[in-house]
Design a protein around this ligand. Structure first.
Ligand SMILES: Nc1ncnc2c1ncn2[C@@H]1O[C@H](COP(=O)(O)OP(=O)(O)OP(=O)(O)O)[C@@H](O)[C@H]1O
Ligand SMILES: [Mg+2]
Length: 283
C-alpha cells in the first residue's frame, strides 16, 4: 500500500545523560544499550521518572547524550530527521485542519507523491484506523481515542524508518485503550515497522511486544530483556494464556522491586503501582 518499506535498525550503546550542574546534577540515564531490530516492535517499560522520555528525545535527535553512541542503519544520529518520527502522549494534530488534511500533511509538504496518490493513501489509512467516516471532522470533534488513531495514521503515511511512541495511550479510558492496542497491533502486523513503544502498563507492554525491555529506576538502565514469543496475529484472548502469565510474572517481579526503591524515594507513581500490584496479587 505505502511506498516501499524502509530499513530501520538502531544500535544504542552505553548512552548516559545527566541534567543540571554540580552539585545539583542528576544522572537520568546510565549505560543504556539497546538494539532496535528492523521491522520489530520493541517495548520499553519502566517506573515513572526513570528516563524513558529522555531516551526517546535522544533517539529522535532532539537532545544529545553525554556519552555513548546512537546509530541508525550504521549512521550516527546527530539531530532530528524525517526517518525517525515521534508520537507523544499529548495530541499534536493541527486543530485548524480536518482529519483528512491532518493525515495528508506530511506527504503534501514533502511533495514526493501526486495528489491522487496522497488521496488514495490517506483513505486507505483512515479506513485501517476506522476513521473513514470522520475525515472531514476537526480534532475537537473527535474523541481522545479517535485523535490518537488519526495521529497514528498521520505518522504511518510518512513511512519513517523508525517510529517512537511515548506512552501514546496514557490518559485514555480502559476500554478505549484496549481498542487502541488492537488497532495498533493490527496495523503493524500488516505493515511491519521498526517501533520503540514506551509504556508503564504491563499488559499493554506484553500484548504489543516482540522484544520487551525493562528499565530500572533513575538513573535508568536496562535491567532485563525479554523475547515475547506469543503468536501473531495477537488477540486479547492471549492475555489469559499460561505463556502470557509467565511473562507477566517475570516482568512484574522486576518492576515491583524497582517501584519499592522509588517508593522509598517518595514517588507518587510508584505508590500507585505498588497498590495495584498488591491488589492483583494478594486479593
Ligand atoms: N530538560 C531537562 N532538564 C532537567 N531535568 C530533566 C529534563 N528532562 C528530564 N529531566 C528529569 O529527568 C528525569 C527523567 O524524566 P523523564 O521524563 O525522562 O522520565 P520518564 O521515565 O519519561 O517519566 P514518566 O513515566 O513520568 O513519563 C526526571 O527527574 C526529570 O525531572
Ligand atoms: Mg515520559
Amino acid at each position: 500500500m505505502l511506498s516501499t518499506q524502509r530499513k530501520g535498525e538502531m544500535k544504542i550503546e552505553k548512552v548516559s545523560k545527566s541534567f543540571g550542574y554540580h552539585p545539583f546534577q542528576q544522572q537520568v540515564l546510565k549505560d543504556v544499550s539497546i538494539n532496535l531490530r528492523d521491522s520489530k516492535l520493541t517495548v520499553l517499560i519502566g517506573p515513572s521518572g526513570c528516563g524513558k522520555s529522555t531516551l526517546i528525545n535522544l533517539l529522535a535527535g532532539y537532545d544529545k547524550p553525554d556519552e555513548g553512541t546512537i546509530l541508525l542503519n550504521g549512521q550516527s544520529v546527530s539531530g532530528p530527521g524525517s526517518d525517525r518520527l515521534v508520537v507523544f502522549q499529548e495530541t499534536a494534530l493541527f486543530p485548524w485542519m480536518n482529519t483528512f488534511d491532518n493525515v495528508a500533511y506530511g506527504p503534501r509538504v514533502s511533495r514526493k507523491l501526486s495528489r491522487s496518490e496522497i488521496t488514495d493513501q490517506v483513505r486507505t489509512l483512515l479506513e485501517k484506523v476506522g476513521l473513514q467516516d470522520f475525515q472531514s471532522k476537526y480534532p475537537s470533534q473527535l474523541s481522545g481515542g479517535m485523535q490518537r488513531r488519526a495521529e497514528l495514521a498521520r505518522m504511518m503515511i510518512n513511512n519513517p524508518a523508525v517510529m517512537f511512541l511515548d506512552e501514546p495511550f496514557r490518559g485514555l479510558d480502559a476500554m478505549t485503550r484496549e481498542l487502541m492496542q488492537e488497532y495498533f497491533v493490527a496495523l503493524l502486523e500488516e505493515q511491519s515497522q521498526t517501533v520503540l513503544f514506551v509504556t508503564s502498563e504491563i499488559d499493554e507492554a506484553i500484548f504489543l511486544a516482540d522484544h520487551l525491555l525493562i528499565m530500572s529506576n533513575r538513573p535508568g538502565t536496562i535491567i532485563k530483556e525479554m523475547e515475547i514469543k506469543l503468536q501473531r496475529p495477537r488477540h486479547k484472548d492471549m492475555l489469559k494464556s499460561v505463556e502470557y502469565l509467565d511473562y507477566k510474572r517475570e516482568a512484574l517481579e522486576l518492576l515491583h522491586a524497582e517501584a519499592l526503591k522509588a517508593f522509598a524515594g517518595g514517588s507518587k507513581a510508584s505508590q500507585d503501582f505498588l497498590e495495584a500490584f498488591h491488589k492483583e496479587h494478594l486479593e
